[in-house]
Design a protein around this ligand. Sequence first.
Ligand SMILES: NC(=O)c1ccc[n+]([C@@H]2O[C@H](COP(=O)([O-])OP(=O)(O)OC[C@H]3O[C@@H](n4cnc5c(N)ncnc54)[C@H](O)[C@@H]3O)[C@@H](O)[C@H]2O)c1
Length: 143
Amino acid sequence: MKNIIITGGAGFIGSNFIKKIINSKYNLINIDCLTYASNLSYLKDIKDNKNYFFYKANILDQEKIIYILKKFNPLYIFNFAAETHVDNSIKDSRAFIQTNILGTYSLLNAVLKIKHKLSKDFKLFTFLQMKFLEIFLNFKKKL
Ligand SMILES: NC(=O)c1ccc[n+]([C@@H]2O[C@H](COP(=O)([O-])OP(=O)(O)OC[C@H]3O[C@@H](n4cnc5c(N)ncnc54)[C@H](O)[C@@H]3O)[C@@H](O)[C@H]2O)c1
């Protein structure tokens, strides 16, 4: 069975994605560090499936990510791990920079470091980055 790694799979989009493809021919490996935004109960119906694996890990933890990449030799990675709540980013942007920028960079770097160990199907390996931008504008017309 081929493997798909999903990061942030305990969040809104990631968990729905996992549930959508749980009955496919793939093993699904969910990597999530379980921030306040996560909710493992989204996955309660599928958590005991034989083709579902969960790792509590931060995408910034390159050693652990490389360990998981080597163990599962994935065909695809879908990166949904992110800080997403715009209000929080206004109050304190640190976590956003850590996960959304440095975390993505770290994940890509982990893939680069071990790409020679990935399967012969490596050409099929896809890194898909999902981002969503919410912009609030408050214009006060000054005459
Ligand atoms: N919600 C939407 O409507 C929507 C629409 C389009 C695209 N997106 C994009 O999809 C992605 C996921 O959005 P969401 O709504 O599911 O977010 P969410 O906040 O519901 O879930 C994010 C998940 O990522 C995990 N996470 C956060 N930082 C992590 C880290 N450093 N390492 C590992 N896991 C980490 C959290 O624990 C959580 O489970 C984001 O990039 C978002 O911009 C969301």
